[in-house]
Design a protein around this ligand. Structure first.
Ligand code: F6P
Length: 546
C-alpha cells in the first residue's frame, strides 16, 4: 500500500473546508436563479439511470474540489486494485471481488494465480439447473410431491440481499411458488414462516458464508426437526435442504449432501453476495434468464465505474456528494426514499451495505480517524414516508440529504396512480430544495402568528434517480451503483470497507450468556450489575411462564 497524506492534510480537503464556509449559506433558490441550465447540466445518465444532482448545495467549484479530493486520495488506483483482485480487505487479507460474480464468460480475473471467472460460471450453471428443476416441478420432495414453498434461512448478507431482490423482482417471479425468508433467532420468525406450509412441499435453502452463524444454524436445525417431524426419515433432508456456503466441511457435518451445495468464495463479502449463489432463491423466483439480466445490469455499472471519467461517473459523484454533507455539513444521516413499492426492503438492504462497510473508526493503518466516517442510512418507500417522517426533513433542525428513486413506467398500471406517484416525488424534491418563503406565506393571507410555522426554509438537498422501468437489469445497476458509491467513500476515508469486526464482541458475549439463561441452577453471575440484574429478572419471569 502506498503511503498517502492523512485526509485532513490533503490540499483539496483544506480547500473544501475553506470553500464550505463560503457556500454553506448559499440557497438552492439562488443557485437555480443564477443558472437556468443547472437542472440539465448537473445530471448524468448512465446504465439506464438518470441521476439528477442539481438540487445539491454545491457550485461548480464544489464539484471541482470534490473531484480533486478523489484524485488526491488515489481513487483511480483503488478502483484498479479492486478490479484486479488485490487483497484490499487488508484486515482479513482477502481480495474483494464481487465484480467477478457478474463478469461475463470469457473475462478473466486472477486470484492467487487462478482465474475465478470460470468457477463463477460453473456455479451459475449449477444454480440454473437446480432452479429449473424446482420451477418445473421436476425436483420432487421426499414423498414425491413437487416443491411449492422455498424458504431461505440466512441472516445479514445471506438474507437481506435475497429478501430485497425477491420483493424487488416479485413482478417477474413464478407466482405458483411461495417464497419466505427466515433470519431472526426469535422463534416467531420460523414459526410464522412455516405455520401454513406443508413440509412435503417445502424446500429450505440454508445460506451462510461461514455455516457457523448462530442464528442461521439454530434456524436450520429447527427446520430440519420440523421437516423430519412430518417426513420421519433422515433421507428426506437430501430432498428438502440445500446449502449455499463457502464451508464444505460444516455443510457436510449438518447432513447436506455436497451435491446439493452451491459454492461461493472468501473473496465475496456477505453484504456483497446477493449476486453469488446466495441469490439462489432469487434465481428460483425469477428464473436463470432474468437472473443473468440482473448480473448484466451489475456488470454494466461495474464497467461504467471502472472506465468513466470521474466527473461523469455515477458512483463517484454519488459517493462524493455523500461525503460533502457527512464531512463538511456534519450531516449524520442519509435518507433513501424509493418511490416504488417493490423496493420496500431496499433501505434495509442498504443499511448493511453502507453501515457495515463504512462504520469504521480507524484507517487502513490502524490510526484513529480524525473525521466522520459512514453516515446512518435509513428510509421507507414514498409516499408512505411523506405521511410520517418527512415533516422533520422539511422543517426540522437536521440536514438530511435524500436519495429519491423512481421508475417512469409502472409495473402495475392502475388508473392515475403512477402519475400521482411521480407528481409526488418531483414535488417533494422541489419542496425540499426551494421551500416556501415568508413572502409567499404572507401573500397567501396567513396570519402573522401562524406564518413562521408555515415557512419552509428549503435548501434541503436531494438526488433524484429516475429509471425507465424496474427490471432485473435496472435493479442490478442500481445496487452496483450503491456498492461502488460506498467504495468511493471508504477509499477517501482510507478505511477498510470490507471487514466487520464491530459485530464480533456481541456474538462472543451472547455465547457466554446463553448457558447462564438455559441452566436451571442459579449459577453465580459475574457481569456488570445491570447485566446481572437483567439476567436475574429474565430467569424470574421465565419461571413464571413454565
Ligand atoms: O454478523 C455480521 C455478518 O458476519 C455479516 O457480515 C454477514 O453477512 C452475516 O453475519 C451472515 O454471515 P454468514 O453468511 O456467514 O452466516
Amino acid at each position: 500500500m502506498t503511503a498517502i497524506a492523512p485526509l485532513t492534510t490533503r490540499v483539496a480537503w483544506k480547500a473544501l473546508a475553506a470553500h464550505y464556509s463560503q457556500v454553506r449559506h448559499l440557497h438552492l433558490r439562488t443557485l437555480f436563479a443564477e443558472d437556468a441550465t443547472r437542472g440539465e447540466r448537473m445530471a448524468v445518465e448512465a446504465v439506464g439511470i438518470y441521476f439528477d444532482y442539481s438540487k445539491h448545495r454545491i457550485t461548480d467549484e464544489t464539484l471541482t474540489l470534490l473531484l480533486q479530493l478523489a484524485e488526491e486520495s488515489g481513487l483511480q488506483a483503488r478502483i484498479d486494485a479492486l478490479f484486479r483482485g488485490d487483497k484490499i480487505n487488508i484486515t482479513e487479507k482477502r481480495a474483494v471481488l464481487h465484480v467477478a460474480l457478474r463478469a461475463p464468460k470469457g473475462h478473466s480475473i486472477i486470484v492467487d494465480g487462478e482465474d475465478v471467472v470460470p468457477h463463477v460460471h460453473a456455479v451459475l450453471a449449477k444454480m440454473a439447473n437446480f432452479s429449473n428443476r424446482v420451477r418445473s416441478g421436476e425436483w420432487k420432495g421426499h414423498t414425491g410431491k413437487p416443491i411449492r414453498n422455498v424458504i431461505n434461512i440466512g441472516i445479514g448478507g445471506s438474507d437481506l440481499g435475497p429478501v430485497m431482490a425477491y420483493e424487488a423482482l416479485r413482478h417477474y417471479s413464478q407466482r405458483d411458488l411461495v417464497f419466505r425468508f427466515v433470519s431472526n433467532i426469535d422463534g416467531t420468525d420460523f414459526a410464522e414462516a412455516t405455520r401454513d406450509l406443508d413440509a412435503e412441499e417445502t424446500l429450505f435453502i440454508v445460506s451462510s458464508k461461514t455455516f457457523t452463524t448462530l442464528e442461521t444454524m439454530t434456524n436450520a436445525r429447527t427446520a430440519r426437526d420440523w421437516t423430519l417431524t412430518t417426513l420421519k426419515h433422515p433421507a428426506a433432508v437430501a430432498k428438502h435442504f440445500v446449502a449455499v456456503s463457502t464451508n464444505t466441511e460444516e455443510v457436510t457435518k449438518f447432513g447436506i449432501d455436497t451435491a446439493n451445495m452451491f459454492e461461493f468464495w472468501d473473496w465475496v463479502g456477505g453484504r456483497y453476495s446477493m449476486d453469488s449463489a446466495i441469490g439462489l432463491s432469487t434465481m428460483i423466483a425469477i428464473g436463470p434468464e432474468q437472473f443473468h439480466a440482473m448480473l448484466d445490469g451489475f456488470h454494466q455499472m461495474d464497467e461504467h465505474f471502472r472506465t468513466t471519467p470521474f466527473e461523469r461517473n455515477l458512483p463517484v459523484l454519488m459517493g462524493l456528494l455523500t461525503l460533502w454533507y457527512n464531512n463538511f455539513f456534519d450531516a449524520q444521516t442519509m435518507a433513501v426514499l424509493p418511490y416504488e413499492q417493490y423496493l420496500k426492503r431496499f433501505p434495509a438492504y442498504l443499511q448493511q451495505l453502507t453501515m457495515e462497510s463504512n462504520g469504521k473508526h480507524v484507517t487502513l493503518d490502524g490510526t484513529e480517524v480524525a473525521y466522520q466516517t459512514g453516515p446512518i442510512y435509513w428510509g421507507e418507500p414514498g409516499t408512505n414516508g411523506q405521511h410520517s417522517f418527512y415533516q422533520l426533513i422539511h422543517q426540522g433542525t437536521k440536514l438530511i440529504p435524500c436519495d429519491l428513486i423512481v421508475f417512469a413506467q409502472p409495473l402495475n398500471p392502475l388508473g392515475r396512480h403512477h402519475d400521482v406517484l411521480l407528481a409526488n416525488v418531483f414535488a417533494q424534491a422541489e419542496a425540499l430544495a426551494f421551500g416556501k418563503t415568508s413572502q409567499e406565506v404572507q401573500a397567501e393571507g396567513t396570519p402573522a402568528w401562524l406564518a413562521p410555522h408555515r415557512i419552509f426554509e428549503g435548501n434541503r438537498p436531494s438526488s433524484t434517480l429516475l429509471l425507465e422501468r424496474l427490471t432485473p437489469k435496472t435493479l442490478g445497476a442500481l445496487i452496483a451503483l450503491y456498492e461502488h458509491s460506498v467504495f468511493v467513500q471508504g477509499a477517501i476515508w482510507h478505511i477498510d470497507s470490507f471487514d466487520q469486526w464491530g459485530v464480533e464482541l456481541g456474538k462472543v458475549l451472547a455465547e457466554r450468556i446463553i448457558p447462564e439463561l438455559e441452566s436451571k441452577a442459579e449459577s453465580p453471575l459475574t457481569h456488570d450489575s445491570s447485566t446481572n440484574s437483567l439476567i436475574r429478572h429474565y430467569r424470574k419471569y421465565k419461571e413464571r411462564s413454565t
